[in-house]
Design a protein around this ligand. Structure first.
Ligand code: PGA
Length: 250
């Protein structure tokens, strides 16, 4: 049985005061432990947010350097994240890929840096609208996943999470239909099972991301291979985020 995971990707949003209020409201509104819940604040706030999670929320970072240390201005190493109690780290978010030049190879190197430090990577992948319309969805997500499968040892996949996030659905209010999402998730699971073996492939959680909201979460999460969500905009409002967590619990 895969335990559902709902992770909030705050992106470049937050302040000491806003974080305090948001996390306190989320923690106060959580019921039961059927779903694992994580929040991913901007890196300067990791220490603050860790202290607010009260052990009820997992802490995630939004990115990690592929380097361990050295002359890499602006980068944050996996070891540094770990010192601040980070458990998950997003790698390969489409905004990193499209705006900051994260190639498939760099994403794979970041994945390696994370797992070597004992962090759980949340590997994001997904096609653009152009690619979907050209019928290239499967070849794109296969390429993105295989770039990582090619360099990461089997044992390091144990705690990995994959987030399928069609680029055309991120922040646009357009969501993939549950059928569209499930189709890609099943395809990804097939690749994982083939590369890593059936048991491990079946145990890896596949999240959907892209305009998940309280009113569409339940039907997405009801699909067989959708094990939760990576939530952007709706993770900044406690009531919306909690409603999405609730949908994952059902
Ligand atoms: P969104 O973002 O929920 O605002 O579409 C999702 C993401 O980018 O992870």
């Amino acid at each position: 049985m895969r335990k559902s995971l709902v992770a909030g990707n705050w992106k470049l949003n937050g302040s000491l005061a806003d974080n305090q209020e948001l996390v306190a409201s989320i923690v106060a509104g959580l019921s039961g432990g059927a779903v694992e819940v994580a929040v991913c604040p901007p890196s300067p706030y990791l220490g603050q947010v860790k202290g607010l999670c009260e052990g009820r929320l997992a802490l995630g970072a939004q990115d990690v350097s592929e380097h361990k240390s050295g002359a890499y201005t602006g980068e944050v190493a996996a070891s540094m994240l770990q010192e601040f109690g980070v458990e998950y780290v997003i790698v390969g978010h489409s905004e990193r890929r499209s705006l900051f030049g994260d190639s498939d190879n760099r994403v794979a190197a970041k994945f390696v840096a994370a797992v070597q430090q004992g962090l759980k990577p949340v590997l994001c992948l997904g096609e653009t609208l152009e690619e979907r319309e050209a019928g290239a969805t499967e070849s794109v997500v296969r390429r993105q996943l295989e770039a990582v499968l090619d360099v990461v040892e089997r044992k390091h996949w144990q705690h990995a999470v994959i987030a399928y996030e069609p680029v055309w659905a991120i922040g646009t209010g357009k969501t993939a239909t549950p059928e569209q999402a499930q189709e890609v998730h099943a395809f990804l699971r097939g690749i994982l099972a083939e590369a890593l073996g059936e048991e491990l492939g079946q145990s890896i959680r596949l999240l959907y991301g892209g305009s998940v909201k309280p009113d569409n979460a339940a039907e997405l999460f009801a699909k067989e291979d959708i094990d939760g969500g990576l939530i952007g905009g709706a993770s900044l409002k406690a009531a919306d985020f909690l409603a999405i967590v609730q949908a994952a619990a059902q």
